[in-house]
Design a protein around this ligand. Structure first.
Ligand code: MN
Ligand code: MN
Length: 466
């Protein structure tokens, strides 16, 4: 059914205006003042409410296996439902190559995970851990498969995922040839792994040691190095989950020199510190993610970087593991704790309340960070990330006065704890449309499994700005 949303305030990354918005089929047909009802559509009164573009989460891990008997606890249905409740209507997940696996096999395996379950729209970054000559050649196919970005690790040497400098440089050079955007997880893998082995060997096995063996300087070093290698290769670069002052300084300096460089951060790094890893009764395990939580001083510079443009996007790195039976795998030693935290549901509400309500930045900047910038950088514009005629009908009817309080007892994510338990705020989606279909209204769910669609993302070359 077509929908006419009347009397709201339309917010884009560039400004706000009072306007009506008409959804016809899967698209936004019109935005303007005084749009007339044609009789056949549903008319929604948006008085006092805002219209925002559906959120784009550029960094998630749904149904990601980390061992034969352990995968992230949200699949492509529960994770999508939780995302939509929080106002996210598009995400880009990761198709992780296994050693010896072709890129085609990798992408097909991950597309199967989403098939029949997806509610919101999705794409995949391709994680390359084994860049053989065959894989380097096969990269030429990625644009045709709708994959505009690759993920590269400078961390996780012991898990066989770390690239050396030559591999990283060659992959960035190949990405630049093809118009692909490389994403990097930047930590000095050799040193983190060494410190981790040494800590375990002397009996430092509690969760708090996870932060100690992942120093902020390791992230700063690898961020600096990744930027330099990408620039030498003539490639753009997107640094995922930036957590600390040193990494931000490296990004800001290279941006000032004109590097084609982007950075994201995630909610967990704005609200928690390494002290949370020392919570008693193994509760610290709930906060184990990599890079680890840092300091209050780092939180302050992250907020500034989100506001001033040093960072471009706000994603979640959503990687939920249940406390009682999954995080528990590391009860005897922290290096066995599955890394990751649940956040996909809370990205927009947390950033709105603690960013916009607390006057750290404007609603326009909020839209840029949560939707417009990730859509543009990840090859989804102009279909996603902005309210404009012709774009997909991914619309949030945002109530800036609605209050919320977070609890694992009431959240939608399929995980038995919530990092933000007890946190309250104001501003959340009252209704959510994905490609013109109502997913959610007034807390009632209308989404259907299997209706989310795989997105053909465009490379920089295909966008004509390569
Ligand atoms: Mn990572
Ligand atoms: Mn990740």
């Amino acid at each position: 059914m077509d929908t006419l949303i009347r009397g709201g305030t339309v917010v884009t990354a560039a400004g706000q205006r009072r306007a009506d918005l008409r959804l016809v089929g899967e698209r936004i047909a019109e935005i303007g003042a005084g749009l007339a009802a044609n009789g056949g559509e549903r008319v929604v009164d948006a008085g006092g409410l805002l219209l925002l573009p559906g959120g784009v989460d550029g960094h998630t891990h749904l149904d990601m296996p980390i061992a034969p008997d352990c995968a992230t606890s949200d699949d492509f249905y529960t994770g999508h439902r939780a995302a939509a409740f929080g106002g996210t209507t598009t995400h880009v997940d990761f198709a992780n190559q296994q050693r010896g696996q072709s890129l085609r096999e990798t992408l097909t395996a991950w597309q199967r995970r989403a098939a029949g379950k997806a509610v919101i729209d999705y794409g995949f970054h391709l994680t390359i851990v084994d860049p053989t000559e065959a894989v380097m050649a096969e990269m030429a196919e990625l644009p045709r498969w709708g994959v505009s970005s690759i993920k590269l690790f400078l961390a996780y040497k012991a898990r066989g995922m770390m690239l050396d400098n030559e591999q990283f440089f060659r992959l960035c050079r190949r990405a630049a040839e093809l118009g692909l955007l490389p994403l990097v997880h930047a930590e000095t893998g050799e040193i983190v792994d060494l410190l981790e082995r040494e800590a375990i060997a002397v009996g430092r096995v509690e969760p708090r040691w996870h932060a100690t063996v992942h120093p902020a300087l390791a992230e700063a070093e690898a961020t600096q190095r990744a930027i330099a290698l990408a620039r030498m290769a003539g490639s753009a670069l997107y640094v995922v989950h930036v957590t600390c002052r040193g990494a931000l300084a490296a990004i800001a300096a290279a941006k000032a020199e004109g590097a084609v460089l982007y950075g994201e951060s995630c909610p967990q790094y704005l609200f928690f510190t390494e002290d949370d890893l020392a919570r008693p009764e193994f509760e610290g395990a709930k906060f184990v993610c990599s890079p680890p939580l840092r300091s209050e001083a780092d939180q302050a510079v992250l907020w500034q970087a989100l506001a001033n443009g040093t960072l471009d996007a706000f994603s979640t790195d959503h990687a939920p593991f249940r406390f009682h039976d999954q995080k528990a795998r590391g009860r005897e030693r922290f290096d066995m704790i599955p890394n990751g935290v649940p956040a996909i549901e809370h990205r927009l509400t947390l950033l709105w309340h603690f960013g916009v309500n607390q006057q750290r930045f404007s609603p326009e900047r909020f839209v840029a960070l949560t939707a417009t910038n990730p859509a543009r950088l990840l090859g989804l514009a102009p279909r996603k990330g902005a309210l404009q005629p012709g774009a997909d009908g991914d619309v949030l009817l945002w109530d800036p006065n609605a209050t919320w309080a977070i609890s694992a007892a009431t959240h939608e994510m399929a995980v038995d704890y919530d990092l933000w338990e007890g946190v309250a705020g104001r501003g959340k989606p009252h209704a959510v449309w994905r490609r013109g279909a109502l997913l959610l209204e007034g807390g009632q769910w209308f989404g259907e499994a299997g209706r989310g669609r795989y997105l053909q993302r465009k490379t920089a070359t295909q966008n004509g700005n390569g």
